[in-house]
Design a protein around this ligand. Sequence first.
Ligand SMILES: [Zn+2]
Length: 147
Amino acid sequence: MKRIEFLHWVLEIDVDKTKDFYKKEQEVCTCLDCKNFRKACKYINSSVMELFLQLGVDPSKPSLLSEFGEEEDGKRLYIGNYHLTGKVVKGPTCTSSTWNAENTATFGDAAIGFEMDHIDTLSSPVLQIGFEMKLPWVLKDDLEQDE
Ligand SMILES: [Zn+2]
């Protein structure tokens, strides 16, 4: 387990197990909202992206992803989560229902929070990173079907 300090959190993460998890073939949703997310990942806030890479998370492969429509600035609001092997040693955790400014971190268009979780496909302890991220629409048009 690698100790990672991030703002007011101390995390212990098994980066190798997490990387292995993201290397595995995963079922990929082919809807346009998800396709757009995968292409727009490079626009994720750089501080958040840096954390994801440090943890071994592949941001293009969320465990759960929902799109909440176009914002006033033309960006799309995405809410979802990632899973990794690790735990929060110090700092607040939250759930989607207790999510607030105190137990999460906001960087520009992105906010993240940590929650302990359990899933069968990943070695325990399982940590979930919940996110809200606004990303641009980068597919050429709503009918784009290529990949
Ligand atoms: Zn989808």
